[in-house]
Design a protein around this ligand. Structure first.
Ligand SMILES: [Cu+2]
Length: 110
């Protein structure tokens, strides 16, 4: 004869284990890149496909974050402005500021 208490005690960790192993629903993460001192901080960012990145310009000069492969483009951001982009394509996306092309960054999406 099975003891219902023991059965429940065994079932609970089993259920919790099942929950822990179940794949999480795909939820896009939100990342932030600060533009300051004519630099992208961080200059290298790893994200998952579908994540968003908010670029915040803390410089007095205007900047853009423009992927050279066309994956994303914030457009011109004046001082204090920000723009959120979505990274839809997997791969390594190099980006620059169109106004100051020596400013470089990389987003790698898995
Ligand atoms: Cu710039």
């Amino acid at each position: 004869m099975r003891n219902p208490f023991v059965a429940a005690a065994l079932a609970l960790p089993l259920a919790m284990g099942t929950l822990a192993l179940a794949p999480l629903p795909a939820e896009a993460a939100a990342h932030t890149v600060v533009i300051q001192g004519h630099k992208f901080l961080p200059a290298r960012l790893s994200v998952a496909k579908g994540d968003t990145i908010t670029f915040v310009n803390k410089d007095s000069a205007p900047h853009t974050a423009t992927a050279t492969d066309g994956a994303f483009d914030t457009g011109r951001l004046s001082r204090g402005k920000s723009a959120r982009v979505k990274v839809s394509a997997a791969g390594t996306h190099a980006y620059i500021c169109r106004i100051h092309p020596s400013m470089k960054g990389t987003v790698t999406a898995r």
